[in-house]
Design a protein around this ligand. Structure first.
Ligand SMILES: [Zn+2]
Length: 341
């Protein structure tokens, strides 16, 4: 085979270099048209064959056709490369990186108050107490009257009650559940009543809505020593240690005798610190023997039966257990805070 005419060789090399440089379909089409288009360089060689020396015409024509075919082949190959690259770029924009950590479903969890409340319920049900519930919108009778707190009694003012229409109110304590649970029931029985209560009091240390747990037990020979025994066991369970309890004589209309209870400050071990106002003690709640008049109002023979009752806040127990510095954090519903617990 005759050597390719040198001008066709350099033309083909130039065309191939330009094809390799083209990085878009548009640029590639332009290169192809420059060489193979109607006025392209290879096309004009083929068109000028008629003017060529007849002895060279055939071999020149074959060489020009080989050049044309070589350029066509390179253009087709380059077109495939460019299209591939463009497809990969598009895929890259919408690709999924399987090495990234997955976005798992958001799982709910229990609120610190629910956790503490459940723990308390578990403790008392383990001691044979049943759970009683009552409505948060309560009658004046169940919240005050039946608990030996008549109209004009100073305890009504102390409790900063939210009164509603029709003689109802938002219960100020869970003690109202005592009345509902005891009325028409034959002792012996023992109940706890955890739940929300409301008082018109908003300060950094108080919330108008808070949680209490009430416990009571009625039987023929229940006494204050039983009450103390249960409270000591409860304190040890709740505070996960061995706190001291202190019972201070007090007056509540619905118990007689009555006591306020404190536990030794867990932060300073009773030595006195800022949290316990340097007393070494933290207030825990109130307790006492159920007043005979309350038993009578519920239709229970107070000559035969006696009972004890106690009540304490739940929220502070949650503060202490989870090291939460402010009560309001428990009620604001800020997930950034709640998710840490
Ligand atoms: Zn202290």
């Amino acid at each position: 085979m005759a050597a390719e005419p040198s001008h066709l060789v350099s033309l083909t090399e130039r065309a191939i270099a330009e094809i390799v440089d083209a990085d878009t379909i548009h640029a590639l089409n332009a290169v192809r048209s420059r060489y193979l288009g109607r006025k392209g360089e290879v096309t004009s060689v083929l068109r000028s064959l008629g003017d060529a020396d007849p002895s060279e015409r055939a071999s020149l024509g074959q060489a020009a056709n080989r050049a044309k075919q070589a350029i066509e082949d390179r253009v087709a190959a380059r077109r495939g490369e460019i299209e591939n690259a463009e497809r990969n770029r598009a895929l890259g924009r919408q690709s999924i990186d399987v090495t990234l950590p997955g976005a798992g479903p958001l799982a709910g969890r229990l609120h610190p108050i629910s956790l503490v409340m459940r723990d308390m319920v578990e403790f008392f049900t383990g001691m044979g107490f049943s759970i009683e519930e009552g409505p948060e919108v309560e009658t004046e009778y169940n919240n005050f009257e039946a608990l030996n707190i008549p109209d004009e009694h100073p305890a009504r003012d102390e409790q900063d009650t939210f009164y509603l229409e029709g003689g109802n109110l938002l219960r100020t304590h869970t003690s109202s559940v005592q009345i509902r649970a005891m009325t028409g029931r034959e002792p012996p029985f023992r109940f706890i009543a955890p739940g929300r209560v409301y008082r018109h009091d908003l300060s950094p240390r108080h919330s108008p809505m808070f949680h209490q747990i009430e416990g009571f037990m009625v039987d023929e020979d229940v006494n204050f020593a039983d009450l103390k025994g249960i409270l000591y066991a409860f304190a040890r369970h709740l505070m996960q240690g061995d706190p001291e309890l202190r019972f201070r004589s007090n007056h509540f209309p619905f118990t007689e005798p009555s006591a306020e209870m404190d536990y030794s400050c867990r932060l300073c071990d009773g030595q006195g610190c800022k949290v316990c106002s340097h007393t070494g003690w933290m207030e825990w709640g109130g307790c006492g023997m159920i007043h005979p008049r309350v038993l009578d109002r519920c239709g229970i023979d107070s000559d035969r039966f006696q009972g004890f009752a106690f009540g304490m806040g739940i929220d502070r127990a949650a503060l202490l257990r989870y090291g939460v510095p402010h009560l309001r954090l428990l009620f604001e519903g800020d997930l950034r805070f709640l998710e840490q617990i």
